[in-house]
Write a protein that binds this ligand. Structure first.
Ligand code: BV8
Ligand code: ZN
Length: 228
């Protein structure tokens, strides 16, 4: 079994998803599609830097929920995630593939290869790459940027090989990530969806379980109590 997750996996931990990051006061007037793009960063690097600092502090405050913990209890499972938070890692998950990078680090915008972890409780502001002098930016994949090739290759392989793809908390609208669900299906996997509502992946589901991830995922994955 392989898990494929989106922002709904972390929603109950209080990590704002793209949409509710907008309803949450201060940032409501900004478009996340613009902020999470090279164009947005070029236009106003300070604003983008403040948006990530806000999200980093929120993630530092958040705790892994029951779904992260249940997934982490299966070290044999590969966890493909669109999420940039570190909650699966903090829950102890071993095999995590982050298709859209990580908010827990900054990297060189000129792709010289420089990358450094950031203190999410006290996030840094704008600064320059010590190796090449270009700007540092969050080590996430912005809209219009290519996904990390090694993560993509590993995720494709995992989704091709799995018997069951457990799709958790994603609206399945962002590509090429969402394409992995169809790829798993065409390779013969059963598709089990956990979401609070229908999504673009619903038509591919063999089983669709509507409910909160922190309740449904543990119920699905916990070993049934052995009959005495
Ligand atoms: C690329 C990191 C090419 C940044 C993110 C037109 C048509 C089709 C595609 C495109 C198009 N125009 C452009 C594109 C491509 C574009 C794309 O797909 N756009 C979409 C929006 C149309 N994709 C890209 O740009 C990708 N790159 O294509 O590059 C290329 C190739 C070669 C060389 C150069 C370039 C890059 C995409 C990555 C973008 N980065 N994140 C950051 O976070 O700061 S994506 C970001 O938004 C998240 O990672 C997430 O994946 C996505 C959606 O966010 P959310 O809405 O918050 O989350 P989600 O969708 O998962 O929805 C939440 C779900 O959870 C819901 O279903 C809800 O019901 C459910 N839920 C809520 N609570 C719970 C729950 N479920 C269970 N329990 C609960 N409690
Ligand atoms: Zn550099």
């Amino acid at each position: 079994m392989v898990s494929f997750s989106g922002a709904g996996l972390s929603a109950e931990s209080g990590v704002p998803t793209f949409r509710d990051a907008q309803t949450g006061g201060l940032w409501a007037k900004h478009d996340p599609m613009r902020l999470a793009s090279p164009q947005g960063f070029a236009e106003d690097p300070q604003l983008v830097s403040e948006w990530y600092a806000h999200r980093r502090r929120a993630i530092a405050e958040a705790q892994p929920n029951g779904a992260h913990i249940a997934l982490a209890r299966h070290p044999e499972m590969i966890h493909v995630t669109q999420n940039v938070d570190d909650l699966l890692h903090r829950a102890g998950a071993k095999q995590v593939i982050q298709l859209h990078g990580t908010i827990a680090a900054d990297r060189c915008h000129a792709s010289c290869g420089y990358e450094e972890a950031v203190d999410m409780t006290d996030p840094p502001g704008l600064r320059h790459c010590p190796d090449c002098g270009d700007q540092l930016r969050p080590a996430v994949v912005w809209f219009g940027e290519a996904l990390p090739s090694s993560a993509w290759t590993d995720a494709e392989q995992a989704c091709r090989d799995c018997d069951v793809l457990l799709v958790i908390g994603t609206s399945a609208v962002v590509y090429p990530a969402a394409g992995l669900i169809g790829l798993a299906k065409s390779a013969g996997a059963k598709i089990v969806i956990v979401n609070t509502q229908a999504s673009d992946a619903s038509s591919l589901a063999d089983v669709e379980l509507l409910g909160n991830a922190s309740e449904v995922v543990p119920a699905l994955l916990e070993e049934p109590a052995r009959p005495r």
